[in-house]
Design a protein around this ligand. Structure first.
Ligand SMILES: [Zn+2]
Length: 456
């Protein structure tokens, strides 16, 4: 008995759509890419397509001469082999689940540069952009803007980029983007912008690139233990995408998109039939259906709500603690909640998170003046004519009355909050809450009348 090494001969084939190992003819040349999330690495090699199995991968790709090969790790060597072919040997990767492995081949244009050292990373880091010849004139924007987004993320996480290099890769047939470790892959239109790109092109670029790059830490460095935790991966990256996108180019107002997405999701979440963010995944068909509006829109807004309630520094400390505890390993949502509440020294955020994550539905908070203060009452929001079963939440509720802003955890049906006896009431101040609110008609009218001059 003892360790055994298994060797497999394995044959896969290229598909025509963006999953598994796929190829596309662009101009008169063929290019190939991979898209393995969730369980499509098996189209290229045998393995355990489960996020809990992380292992270092050593990949080599043998191609016709003169082609470019891009993978998760830097290239070690290219050697001539039988039949006039070339073998591209890549360095061994950090431990990865199969869904984050990637390798792309073809007559790509590969532009390269270095991202200067940062306080978190003492040495410059190689990076590049990878495009088919059809896109080669549009690589300037992603080359120019990627370093700043990486640096902003390093500053937030307090840690260097967790892999030895980064390539930003375009493919003509991806509908979205994918956070392969050190080899982010995007639909061409997302990262290859022409000089006349519109504001909305740039907003999408900032939000999506920041989203995918934030996964390099949150998802790739620390990976969900099982598919039922993929919601946290996407909810967090969604929140970071808007946040870091906004920090990258404040004038583009990218942060507003998060509100739009979160509030848009409420229309689905308020229906009688729906799903909670966190639910069991017991068969393959359920994995991909977890990547929906509830995960991205509601999940992102719930992360925003907790972060706003704790305050930026405490929430960030929890995120950093989580990455330190589980670096290059796996973690459950439960372990993330634990890191956040340990760093914040506030165990009540656990019940707040769980009440939004483990049950579907949208709360509505009714705010009324009463003596020296206000009374906030929660119930389940429902469309006219529907009467879903009642639910209750632990709601991080932030309100401004006059000039006084305060945040309270509403963990009962009705909560009294001390506040000035007069002055404008602005519930959900800052807009990070995942709930609707209602007030007396006079307070609504006052708020609407002041809407032109309100700060967020
Ligand atoms: Zn994502």
């Amino acid at each position: 008995a003892g360790a055994a090494t298994l060797a497999f001969d394995y044959t896969g084939s290229f598909g025509d759509s963006a999953s598994g190992l796929f190829h596309v003819k662009v101009g008169d040349a063929w290019y190939s890419w991979t898209q393995f999330e969730s369980i499509d690495a098996r189209a290229a090699f045998p393995g355990f397509d489960e996020p809990g199995f992380k292992t270092p991968f050593t990949v080599s790709v043998t191609t016709h001469p003169g082609l470019v090969v891009i993978g998760n790790a830097p290239k070690v060597s290219v050697t001539k082999v039988a039949g006039g072919m070339e073998k591209h040997q890549l360095a061994v990767t950090k431990p990865l689940p199969t869904y984050l492995v990637a390798f792309d081949t073809g007559p790509f244009v590969h532009q390269t540069g270095t991202i200067p050292a940062t306080p978190e990373r003492p040495t410059p880091m190689p990076y590049g952009a990878v495009a088919t010849h059809a896109q080669k004139d549009k690589m300037g924007y992603v080359m120019a803007e990627t370093p700043r987004i990486v640096s902003l993320l390093e500053q937030y996480f307090g840690e260097p980029f967790p892999f030895p290099k980064l390539d930003q890769i375009g493919t003509p047939i991806m509908p979205g983007a994918m956070e392969n470790a050190g080899a982010d892959t995007y639909g061409d239109g997302i990262i290859f912008l022409s000089p006349g790109a519109t504001t909305s092109d740039k907003q999408a670029f900032g939000m999506i690139v920041a989203h995918e790059l934030s996964h390099q830490w949150f998802g790739d460095l620390v990976t969900p233990a099982w598919w039922d935790d993929i919601w946290l991966n996407e909810s967090f990256a969604n929140w970071m995408g808007y946040r870091i996108g906004n920090a990258w180019r404040p004038e583009l107002n990218i942060g507003v998109g998060a509100l739009d997405e979160g509030f848009g999701t409420m229309n689905t979440d308020a229906l009688e039939v729906g799903r909670p963010i966190h639910q069991p995944i017991t068969d393959n068909g359920q994995i991909d259906s977890a990547f929906d509006g509830i995960t991205y829109g509601k999940g992102g807004q719930v992360v925003a709500m907790i972060a706003a309630y704790l305050g930026d520094e405490k929430f960030k400390a929890g995120v950093r603690l989580h990455l330190k505890r589980h670096a290059y390993g796996n973690a459950t949502s439960e372990q993330f909640f634990q890191s956040i509440s340990d760093a914040a020294k506030d165990p009540r955020v656990l019940s707040a998170l769980k009440s939004f994550v483990d049950q579907q539905g949208v709360p509505v908070i009714d705010v009324r003046r009463q003596g020296n203060g206000i009374v906030a009452s929660q119930s389940r929001y429902a469309f006219l004519g529907s009467s879903p079963p009642p639910l209750s939440w632990t709601i991080p509720f932030c309100v401004r009355v006059g000039a006084a802003k305060q945040c309270t955890l509403l963990d009962k049906t009705t909560t009294s909050i001390a506040a000035p006896a007069s002055g404008l009431i602005m519930p959900n101040v800052g807009g990070a809450g995942y709930y609707r609110f209602d007030m007396a008609p006079a307070d609504w009218q006052a708020l609407i009348a002041a809407s032109g001059t309100l700060s967020p």
